[in-house]
Design a protein around this ligand. Structure first.
Ligand code: HPA
Length: 239
């Protein structure tokens, strides 16, 4: 099956399970973020196994299903589990899933993750809005894309308007929300203390093993992106 056939089949499966459903927002739930799934009203669950464009997951703790429903009266699609580039060496593991969201008419995606903190002032437990990223890995999920459409502009990759809205919502809810640059490392090994010093010198505030390929795919597919990191630990050598 070609990728386009996989996407078409996945869209048809979603329409079968939830006729007429167009998510206003998709949320990719990273490690530790699955609790958001409980907030969805009138949930409809579709296992990734029934969506050929979606990945086969390897990491334990990820449900591997798409949950459709409403949060705050808005139609949302939750991706419960992601494919990481460190699992296969391929940065394009989420390509079919992101393109299926775009084909469903979704216009924005919230990418969540767990990350290491590179800032003494952001202790474990802090929440960080991603303002920009460093693709330290220098890999792309777009290497086999034809034509000039692959040369995407990344200058507002993490949408300024969505970031302002997120900051206002956090303030209204009394939640402290930091903002900073996320450095993508391939993993799965954690960084050395020397690598953490390098990333801090380069201007990153957080480090993690996901999200950046999805941001690139989403921008290529025309989706706006918001990124949120839950900082679970200080970078190696910082504690
Ligand atoms: N490094 C890379 N990825 C991570 C970390 C880290 O310290 N913590 C959570 N994900």
């Amino acid at each position: 099956m070609s990728l386009q056939d996989q996407i078409d089949t996945s869209v048809a499966r979603v329409h079968q399970a939830a006729p007429g459903f167009t998510p206003a927002l998709a949320i990719v739930l990273g490690s530790g973020w699955d609790g958001i799934a409980a907030l969805v009203q009138q949930p409809v669950d579709i296992p990734y196994a029934e969506l050929p464009a979606f990945p086969v997951l390897g990491v334990a703790g990820h449900a591997g299903s798409l949950r459709l429903g409403q949060i705050g009266g808005q139609p949302v699609a939750l991706l419960r589990g992601r494919k990481h580039a460190y699992e296969t060496g391929d940065a394009a593991g989420m390509k079919g899933a992101i393109r299926t969201l775009a084909a469903l008419g979704c216009k924005a995606v919230l990418l969540t993750n767990a990350a290491g903190s590179l800032e003494p002032g952001m202790p474990p437990g802090s929440l960080m809005l991603i303002s920009d990223h460093l693709n330290i890995v220098q890999r792309t999920p777009l290497h086999d894309e034809p034509g000039s459409a692959r040369f995407i502009d990344m200058s507002n990759a993490y949408d300024t308007t969505l970031r302002d809205q997120a900051a206002s919502a956090a303030e209204a809810a009394g939640i402290e929300l930091h903002e900073g640059i996320y450095a993508w490392v391939l993993g799965p090994q954690f960084e050395t203390p020397a690598e953490i010093r390098m990333l801090r010198l380069l201007g990153a505030q957080a480090v993690g093993m996901s999200t950046v390929p999805e941001t690139i795919l989403a921008r290529h597919a025309g989706l706006k992106v918001l990124g949120l990191s839950m900082l679970t630990n200080y970078g190696a050598g910082m504690a």
